[in-house]
Write a new protein. Structure first.
Length: 161
């Protein structure tokens, strides 16, 4: 089963919580296939569907990308998050170093959810039931502001490690 990553629904994620980008660029590089069985130990090239918990306690379906249990600093700066609202609409959160952070950053996510920003962040997640690895590296939080802001050259250097 091959699907466009942007066509995945909360039901798809519930059925198959781990999806890997395909090696085949036909028709393009945005296609994913489910990975089974879980827990999955190799997460390179994967997205992971997990419930996320907003600061106010609300739990929503979420999709994480670039979660690297072996490299927490990489995860801190490159983790991606997509959030589903109850109506099925999806929001892709931009990271502080993304070009479109003004349009898709934390304030925009709060607006999308119809909540004040302090009821959204920090967002917590726990992927320990579907990924293999040290539990503390599979649980985390996404703050409204990063603990450390890297320069553009530091981001590039970290990305090519």
């Amino acid at each position: 089963m091959k699907r466009r990553v942007d066509s995945l629904t909360p039901e798809d994620i519930a059925r198959f919580p781990v999806w890997r980008f395909t090696d085949d660029d036909t028709p393009d590089e945005t296609y994913v296939s489910p990975v089974q069985p879980v827990p999955v130990s190799q997460v390179t090239g994967c997205i992971v569907g997990v419930p996320i918990r907003l600061a106010n306690g609300t739990i929503l379906p979420g999709v994480l990308g670039n979660l690297d249990p072996a490299q927490p600093r990489l995860t801190e700066h490159f983790l991606t998050l997509s959030v589903f609202r109850s109506d099925g609409a999806q929001f892709h959160l931009a990271r502080y170093h993304d070009f479109d952070v003004a349009e898709r950053g934390p304030s925009a996510l709060a607006s999308f959810l119809g909540l004040p920003i302090d009821e959204v962040f920090p967002i917590t997640y726990d992927a320990s039931s579907i990924l293999a690895g040290p539990t503390d590296s599979l649980r985390g939080s996404i703050p409204v502001e990063p603990q450390e802001r890297l320069t553009r050259s530091e981001i590039i250097a970290l990305a090519v490690l």
